[in-house]
Design a protein around this ligand. Structure first.
Ligand code: AMP
Ligand code: MG
Length: 521
């Protein structure tokens, strides 16, 4: 197994002089060297071939002993020195102080095909940033991360990737619902891959300590290596950087709203500087379309991170990043302009995205109303988001509203909830929609093809992930393998997998892991 190693981060930025691996405050340093804990009996569960190719590995490498050892943390790859990053953050709206890679250890940077990547183990043991926790991860949450990160990639949503999933052979104690019922679970390790794991919170840390020197070092480093298109200097350079982070963050959120993904913990420490989805914890997928839904039980009261609030929160988080960068810019006005533009641009991009979901190519003023009335309608009775949009593409210009209604009604969880007034509302909307698609030049078949390219048929529904976890806990990984392959082609019909194009079954409605998740992972 041959990796092309690069050490830009650790050679160019200041290291923590201490290598003592106990929880502590780390000042004036961008990283701490730390060695993964050796797992007692590492076992290979799954790897993503495509991610392996991305970093220059082959199918043969994946099944090698060295792959298992390196990506479970058993051995350190030659000439590398693993490290963890400090960062800070706002959690659920409150300043949380120093956080950092508490159970993530960066193995190394690698270069392949002129692209550089950081490889990071999640769940490989404690670091100076573990605070009161153990540094490990359980199989349940590692499966969720491995499957979902890759599924998101194939959906076209910017995300960190997941190379591998290994069992550690060790047991990890977790109180899933934080209700005083801890139990042992199987420990696991995922290897994540991204350009870097620098977060909004990385900048907030230095800002909070008024450490302008390290803030500047980190920002300059980030721009130099990860934003090579920024050619400007001094203050403009930092503004361009912030502008670019705002843009990619916005793009990511539009994608989340398109596919019905709810991150669940949009704390500033869980926001990647690259505008990619990071930290798959208590995330979930909308089943019935409900903007107020969050899968995260920790957030049940305020629902700060509910589906419909994700754009607002992204902006809130960008404010925090702007605050931190202000220390280098010293001028609030241009930062405010970028922040103000976010909402306007979001609205525009959101409408475009929804137009695409509806198969509308021409831009018309009235579309905003068509879209708004649809999202209201989708909430009147439980309506499955994925099934609704997928089936909508089967409507034909010549259909009567009754026929059109038949096409979409599979999406309703309980048809008995439909009363005359709701039915009437649907007929009105479908009439409007039909008139609208008649004004387009696309044929029915062309529109269907375009809609099916943005409305996935298969997403990692919460209950499907849970079924896979239940099997894997018993040592059966066949469903994991099946789902991994299925989710590589989420827009394809895949008739043999039709059973996964189904509404959430009733047993999963209020089940832990399916609709209720916590940060305990
Ligand atoms: P999260 O909100 O899950 O992304 O985590 C917030 C902070 O807690 C981060 O600094 C994590 O590294 C840390 N953390 C979460 N779980 C653990 C764990 N099991 N051991 C150590 N640190 C953890
Ligand atoms: Mg996190």
């Amino acid at each position: 197994m041959k990796l092309h190693i690069q050490n830009n981060f650790t050679t160019e930025l200041p290291a923590d002089p201490s290598e003592i691996n106990i929880p502590r405050q780390v000042e004036r340093a961008c990283f701490s060297y730390v060695t993964p804990k050796q797992p007692s009996k590492p076992t290979f569960i799954h790897a993503s071939e495509e991610v392996a190719y991305l970093i220059g590995l082959s199918s043969k490498d994946i099944v090698s002993e060295e792959f298992l050892n390196v990506f479970s943390g058993k051995t350190v790859y030659p000439e590398t020195k693993p490290y963890a990053l400090p960062y800070a953050g706002h959690q659920f709206g409150n300043w949380a102080g120093q956080l950092g890679d508490g159970r993530a250890i960066n193995l190394t940077e690698v270069v392949h095909n002129n692209q550089s990547y950081t490889l990071q183990l999640k769940g490989a043991g404690p670091t100076p940033y573990s605070r009161t926790a153990d540094g490990f991860a359980v199989l349940r949450s590692s499966i969720r991360e491995h499957l979902c990160a890759e599924a998101m990639h194939y959906l076209g949503v910017p995300t960190t990737r997941s190379l591998s999933l290994m069992l550690s052979g060790d047991e990890v104690l977790r109180d899933i619902l934080y209700n005083g019922n801890p139990a042992y679970e199987k420990g696991a390790i995922v290897c994540r891959v991204a350009p870097s794991f620098i977060r909004f919170g990385s900048f907030e840390l230095f800002y909070s300590r008024n450490d302008r020197v390290n803030l500047k070092l980190l920002t300059d480093f980030t721009i130099k290596h990860h934003f090579p298109d920024i050619k400007s200097e001094s203050v403009t350079k930092y503004l361009d950087f912030f502008q670019e982070v705002s843009r990619t963050t916005l793009d990511m959120i539009v994608h989340w709203q398109r596919v019905g993904f709810v991150h669940g913990v949009m704390n500033t420490d869980n926001m990647s500087i690259h505008g990619v989805t990071i930290d798959y914890g208590p995330y979930g997928w909308l089943e019935d379309y409900n903007p107020n839904w969050t899968p995260n039980t920790t957030d049940r009261e305020n629902k700060r991170y509910r589906f419909g609030n994700q754009p607002e929160i992204a902006l809130w988080n960008l404010y925090k990043l702007a605050n931190a960068l202000y220390l280098l810019i010293n001028d609030a006005k241009p930062l405010e302009e970028i922040l103000n533009a976010f909402s306007v641009n979001y609205q525009k991009e959101y409408l475009n995205m929804m137009r695409n979901k509806l198969g509308l190519k021409v831009t018309k003023e009235e579309d905003a109303i068509l879209i708004e009335s649809l999202t209201e309608l989708l909430q009147l009775i439980e309506t499955d988001m994925t099934i609704f949009f997928r089936n909508l593409s089967n409507i034909q210009k010549t259909d009567t509203v009754e026929v059109a209604f038949d096409v979409i009604k599979e999406a309703f969880y309980n048809e008995k909830d439909l009363n005359a007034s709701i039915l009437d509302n649907w007929h009105v909307w479908l009439e409007h929609y039909k008139n609208r698609i008649i004004q387009e030049s696309l044929t029915d078949a062309e529109r269907k093809e375009q809609m099916n390219a943005v409305n996935p048929k298969y997403v990692l529904r919460n209950y499907i992930a849970q079924l896979c976890i239940d099997d894997a806990d018993k040592g059966d990984y066949s469903l994991l393998n099946e789902l991994f392959e299925l989710l590589k082609k989420p827009y394809d019909e895949q008739p043999n997998s039709q059973k996964w194009f189904a509404k959430r079954p009733d047993w999963a409605r209020d089940k832990v892991g399916c609709s209720m998740l916590s940060c305990s992972s």
